[in-house]
Design a binder for this molecule. Structure first.
Ligand code: ATP
Ligand code: MG
Length: 384
């Protein structure tokens, strides 16, 4: 039996005048996701169909489509001729042999000789005779058999709705630069912004040679996992080794993280402006660690004045973030034990509520501009 994937979109329906634009982006993103698998992608009556694919590719197609934001639900359907006998034969493959069920029908082709209520009633009767242990329950059935009469003289028969990723199509909400560490939080932050339609580019700070090749590979892997949701991404890396060394040499140890953060944010903002991005994105969550107290966040935020810093995880508990990390498939990679730069030169007691006056006093011992320019000399671009 021929299989077809039905794709239904979600929130983008609501976008009145912009709908055409959202749909175009959604289509582009789907085509990108299914690239390399032989199949046809067609638009039909407010939904999309994927057909003419090999049986063996069905699972792969669905797992890729699950990562496309803007999709509400999908179904794997069987296509058959639209006469009741053919529909019945196909429905037997979708129907369970016992339990309660109902039939739901929909006519895309309004010229079809039966109404949807008639189709449901007739098919329900045929299934009841075929499976004597079945019962009808239209209010709370164990499962539903669905029939969709298409315009081309065919019918689609299916059972389940497969949950899509929801959200908005990536590319409809500007571009942000994600500060991507090797940890759990920042990939999730990128995922959350992509879910709202934002394109995401990544920026990673490393402390080579204090951090090793494996740490870098880990970040590349995380960017790859993220890119399946962000419709591709680019990873930029910048070395902050010389900055950590300068802070280590000239400033109070307990301010290492605070001062380094401020450098990272400054570099990130400049980089984002050069890349025509409209915001920075971080994985910060209030109170999670010393640098993420409101004072810590204020201190790093105060060096960024031309772009907003979005922190989609600010109100999340760690275990909620972990759940999302598992869901997006990043967790196993995030917990690999390779250090990113922040753990090098880590003080025993970082300042929890650093005072701005003290930070500025320590920072004045450094040549901030020169250190930043030097950092940009190490900028590398990795296409993911
Ligand atoms: P994560 O799990 O994302 O590493 P975290 O809980 O370890 O976060 P911090 O180390 O305080 O928290 O980092 C807070 C945020 O700062 C990160 O979510 C990330 O956006 C950014 N960040 C931290 N280290 C780096 C880095 N080496 N390169 C790029 N961004 C970084
Ligand atoms: Mg971290």
């Amino acid at each position: 039996m021929k299989k077809v994937i039905i794709i239904r979109y979600g929130e983008l329906w609501l976008k009145g005048k912009n709908r055409g634009y959202f749909e175009k982006m959604f289509e582009t993103n789907i085509k990108r996701a299914i690239k390399g698998i032989e199949c046809d992608f067609i638009k039909q009556c407010g939904r999309y169909l994927i057909e003419n694919f090999s049986e063996y590719d069905a699972d792969e197609l669905i797992s890729r489509l699950k990562k496309v934001f803007g999709m509400h639900t999908m179904s794997l359907a069987y296509e058959t001729d639209a006469d009741m006998q053919s529909i019945f034969q196909t429905a037997k493959a979708v129907c369970k042999e016992e339990g309660t069920f109902k039939v739901e029908s929909h006519r895309g082709d309004k010229r079809y000789p039966k109404t949807s209520v008639e189709i449901s009633r007739e098919l329900g009767g045929m299934l009841l005779s075929a499976f004597p242990k079945l019962k009808v329950n239209v209010h709370d059935p164990d499962f539903t058999v669905r029939v969709d009469i298409r315009e081309n003289g065919k019918a689609l028969v299916f059972g389940e709705f497969i949950q899509g990723a929801n959200g908005m199509p990536v590319g409809t909400a500007g571009k942000g630069v994600l500060l991507l560490s090797g940890g759990i939080d920042s990939p999730v932050a990128g995922y959350m912004m992509a879910k709202r339609g934002m394109r995401v580019e990544c920026l990673h700070f490393h402390s080579y040679p204090y951090t090793n090749e494996q740490a870098k590979e880990k970040v590349v892997d995380l960017a790859k996992i993220l890119s399946e949701y962000t419709c591709g991404t680019t990873l930029y890396t910048v070395s902050v080794t010389h900055i950590q060394e300068a802070i280590h040499e000239h400033c109070k140890a307990e301010l290492m993280i605070t001062l380094l953060r401020r450098f990272m944010y400054r570099i990130a903002e400049r980089h984002a402006l050069r890349r025509s991005a409209q915001c920075l994105i971080t994985g910060e969550s209030l109170g999670q660690v010393a640098s993420q107290t409101i004072e810590g966040i204020t201190s790093s935020n105060s060096v960024v004045d031309r772009l907003p810093v979005l922190r989609p995880l600010i109100g999340f508990d760690k275990n909620e973030i972990i759940d999302l990390s598992v869901k997006m498939g990043a967790y196993e990679t995030s917990i690999l034990p390779f250090e990113d730069c922040c753990t090098v030169f880590l003080p025993d007691f970082p300042a929890i509520r650093p005072k701005l006056s003290e930070i500025l006093a320590e920072e004045s011992k450094l040549n901030v501009e020169e250190l930043i320019n030097q950092a940009f000399e190490s900028l590398e671009k990795i296409e993911i």
